[in-house]
Design a protein around this ligand. Structure first.
Ligand SMILES: Nc1nc2c(c(=O)[nH]1)N[C@H]1C(S)=C(S)[C@@H](COP(=O)(O)O)O[C@H]1N2
Ligand SMILES: [Mo]
Length: 537
C-alpha cells in the first residue's frame, strides 16, 4: 500500500469511519500517513509513560514501572551463562538497559499507531499488553504496593486513549482530504502539543530519577555525630605511595559500586526505620535519630566483591562510622537455633550473614558514614551493613531496612539461588599494581608494589617470584588494622627479556593464598595475580 494512499473510510466495520464519508471528492491526502500514525503511537506511549514516571517521581522513585521492568529484565537473565554473572554482578550499564527498553517500547508503540490506523482498537490492544507487562514486572518486585501496580495501568490507559484520539484525527484528516476538507490541523495540534509535553515531562522525570533532589539535600545538610570510639590512627609508613598504587583509603567517588538496583534507592532518613524481626525475644524498630544517638565507632574496613577477579578492582577501603550490629542484636535477643541474619534492603535485595559473624568481637557495623560524610546515595544512604571479612553479597547490604534473625535452613538470600554460595568469607588475596601488566622497564632494579588482604585475619607476609623462581619476601607496610588491605613493595633486579612476575600473600595464621586458578563463582576467585614485564636496555 502506498504510504500516501489513505485507507478508504467505512470500508470495513473495524475501520475508523465518519458519518459524512461521501465518496468521489479527491483532495490532497495527508502525506506519509503511516509515518504520522507511527509518530502518534510513539507520542501516545511516551505520554503514558512520562505521566506515570512523573507520578512515581513525585510520590517515590521506587514506584517507577520502568525501574520495575528493568529489574525484572535483570533478574530474568538466565543463570549458567558465564558472562551473565560478570555482567550483572559486575558493573552492568543500567542506563543502556533503560535506553534499550525505551527503544523497544517506542518501536512497538510506532507499530501500534500503524495498526490502529488500519483497524480500530488493534493499536490500543498493544497498549493493553504494555499495561499487562508493566503490572507483571511490578509483581515480580520485592515490595509491591497498590500504587506501583496502578501506575502501569494508568500509563497504558492514558497512552491508549491518546492513541485513539490521535488516530481518529489522523483518519479524519485522511477522510477530509478525500472530501476536500482538511482535518490536518486537529491532528497536528494534538500531536505537537502532547509531543512537546512528553519532551518536557520526560526531562523532568529523568532529572527526578537521577537527582532525587529532596533526599540529596537532606543528606547534604546532615551532620553526623562524632564517634564515641575513633579509628586507630593510620600507622606511619602504611601508605607506600608508589606512583600507580591505589590510595590506602579509597575516596568515595572512586569507590567501586556493585548492586542490582536499576535506580539508586532514595530513602529519606527522617522516614527510615530498621526492623529486627524473626527469631528474637524482642522485635525492635530503630529510627535514624535513635541510631545516631548510639555510641558510634569509626573503623577502617576494606570491603570486596565476590566477583572481583584476581588482580581486579572491585575492592575498596573506607573509614566507616556506625553502630556495632552485635549491640542491636543483643537488644533483640536471638533465640536458640538461629544461625543467620537475613538483611534486606528497601529494594528487596537480601544477604545471608552468619549470626556468629555479627555477634563476635569484630566490628560489623550499621554504617551511617563513609570517609567522614554520610553514606553516598549509591553506597547505601542512609544506613548499610559493613562486615569485616565477608564478601559484599553476603554482608554489605545497602539501603538497609530489615534484619531478620533466622536459619540458613529456612531462608535464602538474593544471590544464593543464582549460583553463588550461601556463605562468602573473603579469600586471602594480593594484587600487583606497579608496574602495570605489560609495561616495559630498564634492566636493573625494578620497583614492584601493590596490596594484599585477608580481612579480619590480617596479612603476615607478601612474596614475589620471577619466572617461577624462588619466592622473595616483599617489604610489607603496616596495616591500619587486620580488617583492611596492606600495601607492600619490593625492588627486584631484572635482566633484559620478558619476565613473568607473580605475587602471593600469607595471612597472620600462616595460611598461604591458593595457587589454583578458580573463577569468581560460586564463592570468590583464587590464583596468583600474574603480570608480564618487558625489560629492554
Ligand atoms: N541493597 C543492596 N545492597 C548490596 C548489593 C545489592 O545489590 N543491593 N550488592 C552487594 C554487593 S555484591 C557488594 S560487593 C557490595 C558493594 O558495595 P559498594 O557498592 O558500596 O561498593 O554491596 C552489597 N550490598
Ligand atoms: Mo559483590
Amino acid at each position: 500500500m502506498n504510504e500516501s494512499q489513505p485507507a478508504a473510510p467505512g470500508a470495513s466495520a473495524g475501520m475508523h469511519s465518519f458519518p459524512s464519508s461521501g465518496s468521489g471528492a479527491s483532495g490532497a491526502a495527508p502525506p506519509r500517513s503511516r509515518w504520522w500514525a507511527a509518530s502518534a503511537g510513539v507520542v501516545a506511549a511516551g505520554t503514558g509513560l512520562v505521566a506515570s514516571e512523573l507520578i512515581a517521581g513525585f510520590l517515590s522513585p521506587s514506584l517507577s514501572t520502568m525501574t520495575a521492568l528493568g529489574g525484572a529484565v535483570i533478574d530474568a537473565v538466565p543463570p549458567g551463562v558465564k558472562d551473565w554473572a560478570v555482567a550483572l554482578f559486575g558493573t552492568a550499564d543500567k542506563l543502556a538497559l533503560l535506553a534499550g527498553m525505551a527503544l523497544v517500547i517506542a518501536a512497538l508503540a510506532a507499530l501500534s499507531g500503524v495498526l490502529e490506523l488500519r483497524r480500530r482498537y488493534s493499536g490500543a490492544a498493544v497498549f493493553a499488553v504494555f499495561g499487562i507487562v508493566g503490572v507483571a514486572a511490578v509483581l515480580t518486585r520485592a515490595q509491591v504496593t497498590v500504587i506501583a501496580v496502578a501506575l502501569p495501568v494508568i500509563a497504558a490507559g492514558i497512552g491508549g486513549m491518546l492513541l485513539q484520539s490521535l488516530i481518529w484525527r489522523l483518519a479524519s484528516w485522511q477522510a477530509g482530504a478525500q472530501q476536500g476538507r482538511s482535518g490536518r490541523r486537529g491532528f497536528l495540534q494534538l500531536l505537537g502539543g502532547t509531543g512537546a509535553a512528553v519532551l518536557v515531562g520526560g526531562a523532568v522525570a529523568t532529572a527526578w530519577r537521577g537527582g532525587a533532589a529532596g533526599v540529596t539535600e537532606v543528606r547534604r545538610t546532615l551532620r553526623l555525630p562524632a564517634p564515641r570510639s575513633a579509628a586507630a590512627a593510620i600507622p606511619a609508613g602504611a601508605e607506600i605511595g608508589l606512583d600507580g598504587m591505589d590510595p590506602l583509603v579509597t575516596p568515595n567517588p572512586d569507590f567501586y559500586r556493585i548492586d542490582t538496583a536499576l535506580s539508586v534507592p532514595v530513602l529519606d532518613p527522617r522516614e527510615w526505620k530498621l526492623k529486627v524481626t524473626g527469631l528474637v525475644e524482642r522485635e525492635i524498630e530503630l529510627d535514624f535519630e535513635a541510631l545516631q544517638a548510639k555510641p558510634l565507632l569509626e573503623r577502617h574496613v576494606t570491603i570486596a566483591c565476590v566477583s572481583n577477579e584476581v588482580g581486579g578492582d572491585l575492592i575498596g577501603n573506607a573509614l566507616w562510622l556506625g553502630w556495632p550490629v552485635r549491640e542491636l542484636l543483643a537488644m533483640a535477643g536471638p533465640l536458640p537455633g538461629a544461625d543467620m541474619v537475613l538483611s534486606r534492603s528497601s529494594d528487596g535485595f537480601t544477604a545471608s550473614t552468619p549470626l556468629e559473624v555479627l555477634t563476635d568481637n569484630r566490628d560489623a557495623l550499621l554504617a551511617v558514614g563513609m570517609n567522614g560524610e554520610p553514606l553516598p546515595l549509591e553506597h547505601g544512604f542512609p544506613v548499610r551493613l559493613v562486615v569485616p571479612g565477608l564478601y559484599g553479597y553476603v554482608s554489605a547490604t545497602k539501603w538497609l531496612v530489615e534484619l531478620k534473625v533466622t536459619r540458613f535452613a529456612d531462608d535464602v538470600a538474593y544471590w544464593t539461588p543464582r549460583g553463588w554460595s550461601e556463605r562468602g568469607p573473603i579469600k586471602i588475596s594480593s594484587r600487583l599494581d606497579v608496574p602495570r601488566d605489560g609495561r616495559s622497564a630498564r634492566p636493573g632494579q625494578v620497583m614492584f608494589g601493590g596490596v594484599a588482604w585477608a580481612q579480619h585475619t590480617g596479612i603476615g607476609k607478601v612474596e614475589l617470584r620471577v619466572d617461577r623462581g624462588g619466592w622473595q619476601q616483599a617489604q610489607l607496610a603496616p596495616g591500619i588494622s587486620v580488617d583492611t588491605w596492606y600495601q607492600w613493595q619490593l625492588g627486584i633486579d631484572l635482566q633484559p627479556g620478558q619476565h613473568e612476575v607473580q605475587v602471593r600473600a600469607t595471612d597472620l595464621t600462616g595460611t598461604v593464598q591458593a595457587e589454583e586458578r578458580r573463577p569468581v563463582a560460586p564463592d570468590g576467585a583464587t590464583g596468583f595475580h600474574t603480570i608480564r614485564v618487558d625489560v629492554t636496555p
